[in-house]
Write a protein that binds this ligand. Structure first.
Ligand SMILES: NC(=O)c1ccc[n+]([C@@H]2O[C@H](COP(=O)([O-])OP(=O)(O)OC[C@H]3O[C@@H](n4cnc5c(N)ncnc54)[C@H](OP(=O)(O)O)[C@@H]3O)[C@@H](O)[C@H]2O)c1
Length: 273
């Protein structure tokens, strides 16, 4: 568990649901909870909140034991505060819950962050949301938000994998008391992270998979991780909490950084959403 700046704890290992739709989303979320995951990451943009909510209900794991994250879609932010307010109520309905554990601004939509944040703060006061945070924020986006925020973000969810180690951005967040959650640990499957020869040789050395070396490198940096929720990888992913990489091997994985995103469109400075 990682303790957030509002004293709430989040499981360091979660399950991400991007690209999962319909019955697959519902089934994978149920199976993840049955396998031992207690942290599920979705977003309005993923168009699977209803199935995620149903998967949680099907699992019979009490709602109070599940840490559930969703995110506000950029297009709704563009429509103004009332649209954001309504979208949060819709998320609650689809997710079949009366509270969201963590609500994030998905992308720093220009000129729309302030009013969105104020609605999110209002939702915390009303008990609809326990924690609020951001995603894909660079330091200057955080500085701007902190100039007016009454509630400090608990988390910044950003792209983190061996080719995009984000050292400076992470250090900046940590100095502000904001935890970092890494998305796309395997480059979303769009760039070949796990096939890198160094990761494969470390996998052989530790008797693990290349994916486990990546996830261990992330959690050993004190970050939260949300690899995609796929049953064929559940046991593999949970197991990374039970071994450690040497300092030397941690540094070797970090040296793979090349500031390479899984896709050019994922740059927060120029994102087109
Ligand atoms: N905030 C944001 O803007 C943002 C953006 C993107 C994603 N996210 C969140 O981050 C989560 C993770 O990122 P992602 O889903 O895009 O990509 P990812 O987890 O980096 O990559 C998923 C792909 O990696 C492969 N893979 C290899 N080893 C794996 C393992 N041990 N566990 C799971 N998959 C493994 C899988 O393919 P095979 O099964 O074929 O091996 C899968 O298709 C998302 O699901 C979403 O919740 C957030």
């Amino acid at each position: 568990m990682i303790r957030l700046n509002n004293n709430i704890e989040i499981p360091q290992m979660g399950a991400g649901t991007w690209t999962l739709k319909g019955e697959t989303a519902q089934r994978n979320v149920r199976l993840a909870l049955e396998a031992g995951f207690r942290h599920i990451d979705t977003a309005q943009m993923y168009e699977n909140e209803a199935e995620v909510g149903q998967g949680i209900a099907d699992s019979k794991v009490p709602r109070s034991e599940v840490f559930l994250t969703t995110k506000i879609v950029p297009n709704t932010m563009r429509q103004g505060a009332e649209a954001v307010r309504q979208s949060i109520d819709e998320s609650l309905k689809k997710l079949k819950t009366d509270y969201i554990d963590l609500l994030l601004i998905h992308w720093p939509v220009k000129d729309r962050v302030r009013e969105t944040w104020q609605v999110m703060e209002e939702c915390v006061q009303r008990g609809k949301v326990r924690s609020i945070g951001v995603s894909n924020f660079n330091p200057h986006h955080l500085d701007d938000l902190l100039s007016y925020a009454e509630i400090r973000p608990v988390i910044n969810q950003i792209e983190v994998h061996p080719f995009m180690s984000q050292e400076e951005n992470i250090a900046y967040n940590h100095r502000l008391g904001i935890q970092v959650e890494g998305w796309g640990p395997f480059g979303q499957g769009d760039i070949d992270v796990v096939g890198h020869p160094l990761l494969q040789s470390l996998a052989a050395k530790y008797g693990k998979t290349s994916s486990q070396i990546v996830l261990r490198w992330i959690v050993q940096r004190g970050l939260i991780t949300i690899p995609r929720c796929k049953p064929n990888h559940f046991a593999e992913n949970l197991e990374v909490m039970h071994f450690a990489l040497s300092d030397e091997d941690m540094a070797a994985v970090s040296s793979l950084n090349r500031n390479m995103r899984s896709s050019e469109v994922n740059d927060p400075e120029s994102f087109p959403w």
